[in-house]
Design a binder for this molecule. Structure first.
Ligand code: CAA
Length: 443
């Protein structure tokens, strides 16, 4: 069977930066360590007034197409995943295709376009759709362009405000991919939930504390469902585990849950038991579900301090958080940033061909709520592709917002037409939002 997976990736950050410990925390009267240590965040990316989900997505896609030498006729499908869409009828992919058609000979009239929605898991669902389309043999040799793009903004004063971010990740899904091959096996945990929703509103209504529990429950179910089809996951099988990262502190919790799950009934559990003096609780040892859950909580508290867990976390999870720590939540793009962070870490460690064939365990999550677990296998072009990213330069050149500027920019992205704010950075040969009716022109 020909391998199908992610052949290329480009990342586009919003051009503004909000420093959480030094600019945001003092104005909120909070200890900066709540952000840096508690949530695990240093900064958020924000879009300048001329950026939006279309410009960020189109700018990422343009760089990807140019770098890979791809013309519109090579792309048979454009799917955009977003939870920041401004149009209930026309998909964001048509706006992005319109931008790209300004700069290429040829057009995308042959391409199937759509918009995928299931909160943050939609980026992964769009990749799955592209995978299935290619596997079904409907692609006629063409590749699929998947773009995850969001302005992840919350109402000011909402606890989620600290976790905001904005950016796009463009990915090319193709046969014989350079970066990772997707496995056919997937596991799901899915249930109707109202932890985070945006019914006809720009900013979400969020039950933050509950959303954390829903994330963990659906992710556990997805892992169990994945194991039911792919067999048990072993600690040694996985080099990195990129998870959806609304903020790194969330993945710290998810990592602990996942580790307990994958070490159960394994020789590693014996090693840990020798170190902390107890084995994992089994449900049949307890009289009630509550007593069992309490025992699990106590076990997890001890597991946190076990050397085996700390080493695994440092190698497998911590490296996936590097980008999100400095850009915040990108919703649909977030798990794809986590994958990119992991691969950047592998390159920085000097890995090359010995990394080919290693596995990533990818945990995607969308509120409302659904988690998906699947595995990916590293391919032999991974390093060249990851080294081609220019995200470090983009991060370095972001404009540092003063708190008052942050509030104004936030209002602009709430579609508050009464706010007139000068752009804070200068557009450079890129797609820009020029106002409703004259949208998205190329400078
Ligand atoms: N020093 C060190 N740590 C500190 C600290 C300090 N001075 N002050 C607080 N902390 C720690 C807290 O102990 C806590 O850590 P634990 O959870 O490990 O105990 C952490 O910092 C956060 O503190 P709070 O819980 O007090 O923070 P909060 O209540 O203000 O907000 C939140 C947390 C509810 C998650 C909020 O950020 C939120 O609503 N976020 C949006 C929703 C979200 O991201 N949910 C995640 C799952 S849903 C999802 O993943 C989909 C999505 O993308 C939205």
């Amino acid at each position: 069977m020909t391998a199908v997976g992610i052949d290329a990736i480009e990342i586009r950050t919003g051009k503004l930066r909000l420093d959480l410990p030094n600019t945001f925390a003092p104005k909120k009267g909070e200890d900066p360590e709540k952000y840096t240590k508690g949530l695990g965040l240093e900064a958020s990316s924000f879009p300048d007034v001329y950026e939006d989900i279309v410009t960020m997505g189109a700018n990422a896609a343009k760089r990807l197409m140019d770098r890979k030498g791809i013309a519109p006729e090579d792309v048979g499908r454009i799917d955009v995943a977003t939870e920041s869409a401004f149009d209930h009828a026309k998909p964001v992919s048509t706006y992005i295709a319109g931008c790209l058609e300004q700069v290429y000979d040829g057009d995308f009239r042959h391409a199937n376009k759509g918009e995928r929605k299931f909160a943050c898991v939609a980026g992964t669902q769009a990749i799955d759709d592209a995978y299935n389309w290619i596997r079904a043999g409907r692609n006629r040799g063409r590749s699929a362009l998947v773009i995850a793009t969001d302005t992840a903004l919350y109402e000011r004063g909402d606890p989620g405000e600290a976790t905001q971010g904005a950016g796009a990740v463009a990915m090319l899904v193709d046969e014989d991919p350079s970066i990772v091959e997707l496995s056919t096996d997937q596991g799901y945990g899915s249930m109707d939930e109202t932890d985070f929703l945006k019914p006809n509103q720009q900013f979400p209504s969020v039950d933050g504390k509950r959303s954390v529990q829903v994330y963990l429950s659906r992710m556990r179910e997805a892992l169990e469902d994945y194991e039911a089809v792919a067999g048990p996951v072993g600690v040694e099988d996985v080099s990195y585990a990129p998870f959806h990262t609304p903020f790194p502190g969330m993945v710290r919790k998810a990592g602990l849950f996942a580790y307990r799950h994958i070490t159960r009934d394994s020789p590693v559990e014996d090693e840990i038991a020798a170190a902390i003096g107890r084995r994992q609780p089994r449900e049949d040892e307890y009289d009630s579900r509550e007593a069992y859950e309490e025992a699990i909580r106590e076990y997890m508290d001890e597991l946190k301090g076990a050397e085996q867990y700390r080493e695994w976390y440092a190698e497998t999870i911590e490296p996936t958080l590097e980008l999100s720590r400095v850009v915040g939540n990108w919703y649909t793009g977030s798990v794809h940033l986590a994958r990119a962070s992991a691969l950047r870490h592998a390159a920085a460690r000097g890995l090359d061909s010995e990394f080919v064939g290693r596995r990533l365990l990818v945990g995607s999550y969308g509120s409302g709520a659904q988690a998906e677990i699947h595995a990916e296998t590293v391919r032999d072009g991974w390093r060249e592709e990851i080294e081609a990213l220019d995200i470090d330069d983009q991060l370095e050149s972001r404009y540092d917002l003063a708190f008052e500027e942050y509030e104004q920019v936030h209002d602009v992205h709430d579609f508050d037409k009464s706010v007139e704010v000068e752009e804070l950075t200068a557009p450079e040969a890129e797609f820009v939002f020029t106002g409703w009716g004259r949208m998205n022109e190329r400078t």
